[in-house]
Design a protein around this ligand. Structure first.
Ligand code: NDP
Length: 499
């Protein structure tokens, strides 16, 4: 992989937009260059699309949807296309993983795992394309049959962030396509490579032209054009709560449906009775996966007071063993932060925490490392009101707060504007179930961390968003229901008397 990466550094990969089945440059000819955050060398060049490119992509999607070829296609035909894309993802897993690692700096093994999981999602959505159906009501009287049709919602805009580029797209795009929608995809300007590669797989799989259009560009140009367009019926937005609010405001124009997957500040709750070593490993995984640049990161550690000091010290010890380094090196678990702005935000958040009275147990010293590598950091003596306990940091930073009993643990867990995920570590079934039921979050892991399955839905409570992706709910999100009232036999009644 080092050789292959070197070749890319010498001749960065060139990408084009995918509109109406054609591969094209941006209309104004601009280009966005992307450097590998870990290596500081250019790896990719994407089209710097503008509003005009976005409008062309939206027009292509609208035209293809209104023509109905995909929207009314047999589910088995849609399934075949999606399955072929899944196969292409598997066949090209090494290339896709390398691009993902060079653009994001996540460890190569993680990138490969994400590509293979993305393929699972395409396969799963293919199955849903065949079982999606409406309903019938045979109980409305002898002269009436009620049909409930489940139809594709229309043209869907999918806007994604930089942290899990192909994976997050695959939690949405195949489900929208399985439902029969036409789509415009806008990946993050920092990590557009794998999304643009997907265009080739869709074309080879036989997707009709215009059904899926993928364009690179910035949020203020391409993203905003998608949000503003009256020709887009729904936007699936994944990103910050700040831009989520922009999406809500823009959607008012044509009252488009929004599915929003936003930020998080998820708790790991550790009870004294749990398997402490397993919990330490799980807490570290939840806090540091993807360098903590993960919406469901377990970034708050709530630990039962009687074991808090010992747990925290052992956590710091184990964190020293976590290898931070070149993401191409198979032994690295932690790569570099996505860009300088994000790195500075993390450093500033930690400094704010210390200013507010938090104590650094380990990490917090980025100046001792080269480049954009931020060491895993544990902050103790955190109080619920501090910004490090409330704001999403999006870096490998864990804020520790001891709790006294179950009620206090649940209170702390729910004391957040967000509600994306929670991790509970206990061997007491009653505590596990009470936490699972009372914590207001879209996903709860018990004695486990971050395992994902296409069958299970994901999404957030509170300011973490609304709507659900994946699972059977994932396809329903991209549909509308229509009732058909079907009269049977002679017309017994007349509206106009005497007729
Ligand atoms: P941003 O909200 O900054 O950006 C997300 C996407 O929105 C990008 O493609 C961005 O474009 C685009 N965008 C920016 N401004 C606009 C606009 N005015 N109109 C339309 N689109 C716009 O998030 P990040 O990319 O920085 O990702 C990090 C955030 O994403 C975190 O808060 C994280 O919690 C959240 N997230 C949530 C997930 C979930 O499932 N709940 C999953 C993953 C991340 P551009 O290319 O210019 O950046």
């Amino acid at each position: 992989m080092f050789d292959q990466a070197e070749r890319i550094f010498e001749a960065p990969l060139q990408y084009r937009n995918f509109i109406s089945g054609e591969f094209t440059d941006a209309l104004e000819g601009g280009v966005i260059s992307r450097e590998s955050p870990a290596h500081g060398r250019m790896v990719s060049q994407y089209p710097a699309s503008t509003r005009a490119d976005a409008e062309a992509a939206i027009a292509a999607a609208r035209e293809s949807f209104d023509a109905g070829r995909w929207a009314f296609a047999y589910g088995g035909e849609r399934a075949k296309v999606l399955r072929e894309v899944a196969q292409s993802l598997r066949r090209n897993a090494d290339d896709l993983a390398l691009v993902e690692t060079l653009e994001t700096s996540k460890p190569l093994a993680a990138s490969r795992g994400e590509v293979l999981f993305a393929a699972e999602l395409w396969d799963y959505a293919a199955g849903l394309a065949r079982i999606l159906h409406g309903d019938s009501h045979n109980t409305l009287g002898e002269d009436m049959l009620g049909l409930v049709l489940r139809e594709p919602i229309g043209v869907v805009g999918i806007i994604t962030p930089w942290n899990f580029p192909l994976l997050i797209l695959s939690e949405r795009l195949p489900f929208a396509l399985a439902a029969g929608c036409s789509v415009v995809v806008k990946p993050s300007e920092f990590t557009s490579g794998t999304a643009l590669m997907l265009g080739r797989y869709l074309k080879d799989a036989g997707l009709p032209d215009g059904v899926c259009n993928i364009i690179a560009g910035t949020g203020d140009q391409v993203g905003q054009a998608i949000l503003d367009s009256p020709d887009v019926d729904m936007v699936a937005f994944t990103g910050s709560t700040r831009v989520g609010r922009v999406a809500i405001a823009a959607s008012a124009g044509n009252i488009k449906k929004l599915s929003l997957e936003l930020g998080g500040k998820s708790p790991s709750i550790v009870f004294a009775d749990c398997d402490q070593e397993a919990a330490i490993d799980g807490v570290i995984k939840a806090a540091t996966i993807n360098m903590g640049e993960c919406c469901i990161a377990g970034s708050r550690l709530l630990v039962e007071a009687s074991v808090a000091e010992a747990f925290q010290n052992r956590l710091a010890e184990r964190l020293q063993e976590l290898r931070m380094g070149d993401p191409l090196d198979p032994t690295s678990r932690i790569g570099a932060i996505i860009n300088r702005a994000q790195f500075d935000r993390i450093a500033e958040s930690v400094r704010d925490g210390v200013r507010d009275g938090a104590r650094i147990v380990c990490g917090g010293d980025p100046e001792n490392h080269r480049g954009l590598f931020y060491p895993p950091t544990v902050l103790a003596d955190v109080k619920p009101g501090m910004s490090v306990a409330r704001q999403e940091i999006f870096g490998p930073v864990l804020a520790v707060m001891p709790f006294g009993d179950l009620e206090e643990a649940i209170g702390f867990a729910n004391d957040s504007d967000y509600g994306l995920a929670a991790y509970v570590w206990t061997n007491d079934l009653s505590k596990a179930l009470t936490c699972s039921r009372r914590i207001r979050a879209g996903r709860v892991w018990v004695n486990s961390a971050l395992q994902g399955y296409p069958e299970l839905p994901l999404g957030g409570f509170k300011q973490s968003g609304n709507g659900r992706e994946t699972g059977r709910y994932g396809i329903e999100e991209y549909t509308e229901l229509k009732s058909v009232h079907l009269h049977i036999g002679p017309q017994a009644e007349r509206w106009v008397e005497g007729a």
